[in-house]
Design a protein around this ligand. Structure first.
Ligand code: FSO
Ligand code: SF4
Length: 547
C-alpha cells in the first residue's frame, strides 16, 4: 500500500504498512483498484456523453465509489470487493454501449483490465497505485485533483440523497477523473485544479440549497451537551437525510437521539429542532470516539466518514452501525433507501431500547447556527461593530479536527486572540475552541459556527456580502484572516473552492499535505500565498499586522 491523502500520512510522507487512520494494507489496495476501475468507467461514460448517450447510472456509481475511499469512511474489505465487482460489471456494460454507438473504445488499461477475486484486486494496486505515476509533480497535481474530487463527491452524494443534483457536476467529476489518466502538462493540471475549485463552490452551493430547502435555514441555537435519562442513539457524520429518517423513526419510541462530531449542526435546523427527542450533542470531534462511545452506552450510527476502527476489546464494538458510503468490518450496515422509502433503522432502535442511558461527560450548552441566512439577519450589528472598531478582525478557523498533539495550537490560538476579534468556523475544527468561555462583542459571540465543513460555503457567502457592503474590489481587502485546519479530502475541496473565490494567504495546518511536491507547493505559495503554521505567538503577530 501507499497512501498519502490525509494530514496524518505517516512521517509526513505516506502510509506504507498500515494507515495511521487504521486502514489495513489490503483495504488500501482495494481502494486503489476501485479508483482505477472508476477511472475506466469515467473514460467510457465521458465518451458516451460526446454523442449524448451518457449512462445516468454512472453518476451514483462514481460519486459513491469515490466517497467510500475518503479517509476514515470505509474499512470494510468485503464491501470493497463487492464494489469492485459491481464496478467492473458496469464498466463492461458501458464498453458495449460505446461500441454500439460506433465510437472507438479507449485503449487505457482501466477500460480493459479485469479480474475476479479479492486477491487479484488487491494485487492490481501494486501497478496502479499512487506511485505508478513516476513524475513527482504530475503525481502531486493529479492526486490533489483526485482528492478534491473525492470531497466533491461526498458533498454531491449528500445533496443527491435530498433529491438535489446537477448533471454538470457529475459530468465534471467523470471527465476530470478520466483526464487524470491522460498525459497532461503541469500547466494543464494546474488549470484543472482551479476548475475543480469552481465545481467545489458549485457543489457546496447545491448542498446548501438541498439542506436549507429541506430543513429550513439554520438559526441561532443553544445545544445541550449534557444527557437525559433515556436510552439513546448517537448519530455521526454529515448526512442530513439519514438524520431525518432516524428522527422520524425514533419519535415516540422512548429512544433519544444525540449528535456526535460533524452532526452537531443538525441541531440548528428548524425541521429537526421540532423533535423533542433530539436531545443535543454528545462529546466532541470524531477522534475522541474511543472514549466517548464507551460512555455513550447506546448504539452509534455512522452516516459518513470519520470512523476510528475500535480496539478488539472495545465495549461498543457491537453497537456500531454504518450506512451510505461508510463501512466497517464487523459492524452492521444499514442498506440504501429503496424506491424513495426511508432507510430502515428499526434494528438500531430495538438495540437502543436494551441499552442504558448515556453517562454524562459534560454539561451545559454550546451555541451555533450562524449559517449565511442567520448572519445576514445580524448583518446590521456586525457591520456596525466593524465600522466602530469593536470588531478588529475575523479569523476563519474552519476545517477539521484530528488527534495530532500539535492541534493544541488551535485551542491556544483561539485563547490568545485579542478580545476584539471573532472566529468564523465550520467543520469539526470548532471542537478545539467551541467550549471555551470566549465571550461576545456587543452580543455577537466570538465564535460564530456556520455548521459542517461544507458550510464553509456560508462563510464564503458572508465574506462576499461584506465585500459588497464595504464596497471593496477584492475579498482580500476585508479584515478576515484564514487559519484553517485540515484532515481529509473534504477539506481539500473546501480549500480549492476558497482559492477559486480568490481568497489569498490561507494558512493551512497543522502540517502541509504530504501529497504536495516541493514544486507544487511553490506554485501554491507564489500564486495564492498559501502558508503553513508556525508558533501561536509568531502567527498571531503576523495575522494582526495591519494590512
Ligand atoms: Fe470533520 Fe471528519 Fe467534516 Fe472532515 S468530521 S474531519 S473535513 O470528515 O468532513 O469536518
Ligand atoms: Fe495514512 Fe491518511 Fe491514507 Fe489513512 S488516509 S492510510 S492515515 S494517509
Amino acid at each position: 500500500m501507499f497512501c498519502f491523502q490525509c494530514q496524518e500520512a505517516s512521517k509526513g510522507i505516506g502510509c506504507t504498512i498500515k494507515g495511521v487512520c487504521g486502514k489495513p494494507a489490503d483495504v488500501a489496495n482495494l481502494q486503489d483498484t476501485l479508483l482505477f476501475v472508476l477511472k475506466g468507467i469515467s473514460i467510457l461514460n465521458s465518451d458516451l456523453k460526446t454523442v449524448g448517450k451518457a449512462d445516468k447510472k454512472v453518476n451514483k456509481a462514481v460519486f459513491d465509489g469515490l466517497f467510500s475511499t475518503i479517509t476514515n469512511a470505509n474499512f470494510d474489505h468485503t464491501a470493497f470487493v463487492i464494489r469492485i465487482k459491481k464496478a467492473l460489471k458496469l464498466r463492461d456494460e458501458l464498453k458495449g454501449k460505446v461500441a454500439d454507438a460506433g465510437l472507438l473504445i479507449s485503449s487505457h488499461e482501466s477500460v480493459h483490465w479485469t479480474a475476479k477475486t479479492g486477491e487479484e484486486f488487491e494485487a492490481k494496486a501494486q501497478e496502479v497505485g499512487i506511485l505508478s505515476e513516476k513524475n513527482e509533480d504530475v503525481r502531486s497535481l493529479k492526486e490533489l485533483i483526485i482528492y478534491g474530487l473525492k470531497g466533491l463527491a461526498a458533498y454531491a452524494e449528500h445533496a443527491y440523497n435530498l433529491g438535489h443534483e446537477k448533471q454538470e457536476i457529475f459530468d465534471f467529476l467523470q471527465e476530470t477523473l478520466a483526464a487524470t489518466t491522460k498525459d497532461l502538462s503541469v500547466d494543464e493540471l494546474v488549470n484543472l485544479t482551479l476548475e475543480t475549485g469552481k465545481f467545489g463552490v458549485d457543489v457546496m452551493a447545491l448542498l446548501d440549497a438541498a439542506n436549507t430547502s429541506s430543513y429550513g435555514n439554520p438559526e441561532v441555537t443553544k445545544v445541550n451537551i449534557g444527557v437525559r435519562n433515556n436510552p439513546a442513539i448517537l448519530i455521526s457524520g454529515h448526512d442530513l437525510k439519514d438524520m431525518e429518517d432516524l428522527l422520524k423513526q425514533t419519535e415516540g419510541t422512548g429512544v433519544d437521539v444525540y449528535t456526535h462530531s460533524e452532526m452537531l449542526p443538525a441541531n440548528y435546523y428548524p425541521a429537526f429542532k421540532k423533535y423533542s427527542h433530539l436531545a443535543g450533542n454528545y462529546g466532541n470531534a470524531w477522534w475522541k470516539q474511543k472514549e466517548e462511545f464507551e460512555s455513550f452506552n447506546g448504539p452509534i450510527l455512522f452516516t459518513t466518514n470519520c470512523i476510528v476502527p475500535p480496539l478488539e476489546n472495545a465495549s461498543y464494538k457491537d453497537r456500531i452501525y454504518t450506512t451510505g458510503a461508510s463501512g466497517l468490518t464487523g459492524a452492521i450496515h444499514i442498506p440504501d433507501r429503496a424506491n424513495g422509502e426511508m432507510k430502515d433503522f428499526s434494528m438500531i432502535i430495538e438495540h437502543a431500547k436494551k441499552c442504558a442511558a448515556p453517562t454524562e461527560i459534560e454539561s451545559g450548552e454550546i451555541v451555533g447556527g450562524f449559517a449565511h441566512n442567520q448572519v445576514f439577519q445580524l448583518a446590521g450589528p456586525i457591520v456596525e461593530a466593524v465600522k466602530t472598531g469593536a470588531i478588529r478582525k475575523f479569523f476563519v478557523m474552519a476545517g477539521c479536527d484530528g488527534r495530532m498533539m500539535s492541534r493544541d495550537y488551535y485551542t491556544e490560538f483561539a485563547e490568545k486572540l485579542p478580545k476584539d476579534t471573532v472566529i468564523l468556523t465550520a467543520g469539526c475544527a470548532k471542537y478545539r475552541y467551541n467550549k471555551l468561555p470566549l465571550g461576545d462583542i456587543n452580543g455577537i459571540p466570538r465564535v460564530i459556527d456556520a455548521g459542517q465543513c461544507n458550510d464553509s460555503y456560508s462563510l464564503a457567502v458572508v465574506a462576499l456580502k461584506l465585500k459588497e457592503i464595504f464596497e471593496l474590489d477584492d475579498v482580500n481587502e476585508l479584515p478576515i484572516a484564514y487559519n484553517i485546519a485540515w484532515y481529509e479530502q473534504k477539506a481539500v475541496i473546501v480549500l480549492l473552492a476558497l482559492l477559486h473565490l480568490g481568497v489569498k494567504n490561507i494558512h493551512l495546518g497543522p502540517t502541509l499535505p504530504a501529497f504536495l511536491s516541493p514544486n507544487v507547493a511553490k506554485v501554491l505559495v507564489e500564486n495564492f500565498g498559501i502558508a503553513g503554521i508556525t508558533s501561536v505567538d509568531e502567527d498571531m503577530k503576523l495575522f494582526l499586522e495591519p494590512v
